[in-house]
Write a protein that binds this ligand. Structure first.
Ligand code: NAI
Ligand code: MG
Length: 352
């Protein structure tokens, strides 16, 4: 049995609470399955920034590259500008390691109350392009402080970048209900978005079992609130995918349960697994954080590492703890982070 080396960056705020909670569950799962995990902890984030003026050391990426996967909590603190924390750690990891797919499941869980009146089950996979698009470094500011001060930021879509996201999404759809929805805005954004549409359409043609619908993102956002159960797989650019997945996770209940995987599908570099939520400074240190998003990200990591049964076991355990009413306050439950975690560990043993 080979040991998977995993780099752990708990990061800031509730990252320091939900990461240990998820690791406790992963370690229990590893005891019960033919899985061996080695966790190496890196104390990077806003505290590191306060001391060193950067979010991670200069050779941070080289240190991470020695691992098979990265398990991240969240980075961001009121004491560090958000652009620094994001561009100093998460974005370099996503780009240098060619994690061009950001996979974000949006799924109803028993015990997590949706704000929607309908009880129709929701099960969507959002595939967000993760390396280019609107989050680009190309642009600048001119005439600072003057009335005609100007800011320009360019969106970058490449054929390679759009096609590989579309391929990933279409093959996922082919393995599910065969429905792919592409988020666009080609009526207003007349250069990059028609290009996105063209490449997504060309790519999807290679998947005869997949039906593609292109939907303007404003209508798609409304649709996601009104009839979320009609979606199967959604593919979207970096910015649109970010927004739609936060919306999706709110529609199913709490942002605290939403997981994500930043994938380098070829396995040339480590992939990164993290909850969708941030460091939540408003509740940090109070034992209120919901660790489900982190645990579910851990299940996605197990699946990526080739252990679907262990992943399923962990998933069943936190779903059962939620169903039995052990959830944290954000999902209407009575438990603290550690009480909920204890309930999940107990459920792991029962399910076994
Ligand atoms: P946030 O996701 O941290 O919090 C939004 C709201 O949801 C807050 O009211 C928070 O209390 C609640 N919430 C989030 N996660 C929860 C959980 N697990 N359990 C219970 N309640 C939870 O987003 P916000 O406030 O916009 O950002 C806070 C900081 O996090 C910022 O510095 C931001 O840049 C950073 N951030 C980092 C991300 C990352 O590391 N990938 C992603 C998003 C934000
Ligand atoms: Mg986001």
């Amino acid at each position: 049995m080979s040991t998977h080396k995993i780099a752990v960056i708990a990061g800031d705020g509730i990252g320091k609470e939900v990461v240990p909670a998820a690791i406790e569950c992963l370690e229990r799962i590893a005891e019960l399955h033919p899985v061996s995990l080695e966790f190496n902890h890196f104390g990077w984030g806003s505290h590191y920034y306060a001391e060193h003026g950067r979010m991670m050391p200069r050779d941070g990426l080289e240190q991470l590259a020695e691992h098979e996967a990265i398990f991240l909590g969240a980075v961001g603190s009121p004491s560090v500008p958000d652009a620094e924390s994001l561009w100093g750690l998460l974005i370099p990891i996503r780009r240098e390691f060619q994690q061009y797919i950001n996979l974000r499941p949006v799924k109803t869980l028993d015990g997590v109350k949706s704000p929607l009146a309908s009880k129709e089950p929701i099960d969507i996979l959002i595939v967000r392009e993760n390396n280019e698009g609107e989050y680009s470094e190309v642009g600048g500011r001119a005439y600072r402080g003057l009335p005609h001060e100007t800011a320009v930021q360019e969106t970058i879509f490449t054929r390679l970048g759009v096609a590989r996201a579309a391929h990933y999404a279409a093959s996922l759809a082919a393995s599910r209900k065969g429905r792919l929805t592409s988020a666009t805005k080609s009526n207003g954004i007349i250069h990059t978005m028609p290009f996105w549409d063209e490449v997504v359409e060309e790519t999807t043609r290679l998947y005869p079992d997949v039906t593609l619908t292109s939907e303007l993102v404003d209508a798609l956002a409304a649709h996601l609130v009104l009839k979320p159960w009609t979606f199967d797989v959604i593919v979207a650019s970096n910015l649109l995918g970010d927004i739609l997945s936060d919306l999706g996770s709110s529609v199913t209940g709490s942002i605290g349960v939403a997981p994500s995987a930043n994938l380098n599908p070829e396995g040339d570099f480590p992939s990164l697994f993290e909850p969708v939520h941030g460091s939540a400074p408003d509740i940090a240190g109070k034992g209120l954080a919901n660790p489900v998003g982190q645990m579910w990200s851990g299940a996605m990591m197990l699946r990526h590492l080739g252990h679907p049964e262990a992943a399923e076991h962990l998933q069943l355990a936190f779903e059962s703890a939620l169903r039995e009413g052990h959830g944290t306050r954000d999902v209407g439950g009575p438990s603290s982070t550690s009480e909920f975690t204890a309930a999940v560990v107990a459920a792991i043993d029962v399910i076994d």
